[in-house]
Design a binder for this molecule. Sequence first.
Ligand SMILES: Cc1ncc(C[n+]2csc(CCOP(=O)(O)OP(=O)(O)O)c2C)c(N)n1
Ligand SMILES: [Mg+2]
Length: 285
Amino acid sequence: MRMSARTQLEQTAWQIRLGIIRAISSNHGGHIGGSLDLAELMAVVYSDFMRVKTEEPRWADRDFMIVSKGHAGPALYATLALKGFFSSDRLENLNKTNNLLPGHCDRNKVPGVDATTGSLGQGLSLACGAALSAKITGRDQRVFCVTGDGESAEGQIWEAAQFAAHYKLDNLIAFLDWNKMQIDGTNDEVMALGDPVAKYQAFGWDACKVNGADVLEIQEAVLRAVETADGKPAMIVLDTVKGQGARCIMEMANNHCIGFPDSLREQVMAELREQGRVLGMEVED
Ligand SMILES: Cc1ncc(C[n+]2csc(CCOP(=O)(O)OP(=O)(O)O)c2C)c(N)n1
Ligand SMILES: [Mg+2]
């Protein structure tokens, strides 16, 4: 397996952020914080690990990506467009009535999306089902699943955690976007999560924590998870900052789902242009 170098992955994460901004600006608003902070993860997983065919999105032996925190649709869509599942022009249809790009991840409408999500708490169970099915049918298939820390207040998450350990789903590689924020405030204010690594380990998972803004730390953890067949599911906790990659968004008191006027778009784009300059990338206007 050939792994991408840091700069390549950082360029990809930057391109994903551009796509997220394109989608959210077209809708004049959206779930920006919890989308931006997945850019590094999506860059790593889709560059180095996902075995998919863009011309055959439902190829039976593909790896699955289930974004259980379905409000981060823009992050998945921007990644799928970059990968070539559809034209990047489609990103300008976020939440429009033409249904080309529903705000939350939608399997029935968008090529490359493996599960319809948005009702929090359910995606990890879907991922367990997919991973168990692959085991039963003897397919070499990995199932990736992205959960949220606010989402982890849903009891179904912990039923799924128990299930995955019981059925020895070591083909399941889950992530927890540990941005310490949810819709109405911090986790500690709304529903404290405690130490997610210790929790998942107690449930019988291989769990670790990485810097969710560091592409190589993520890459190393995913590589270890895909290469370890010890009968345990893997949980990689991503230590992130909600909105990471755009300081003006990160510094907002609440960036969960915001209006996105042109003035804010200009601020974000100025930051992305500067980052692009450092990475040797240009924004096409
Ligand atoms: C079952 C359910 N309850 C409530 C909501 C409303 N809701 C949407 S996003 C969100 C907060 C999620 O927080 P978190 O998982 O931490 O997401 P992130 O911080 O990554 O955006 C809530 C409560 C929902 N989508 N589904
Ligand atoms: Mg959160």
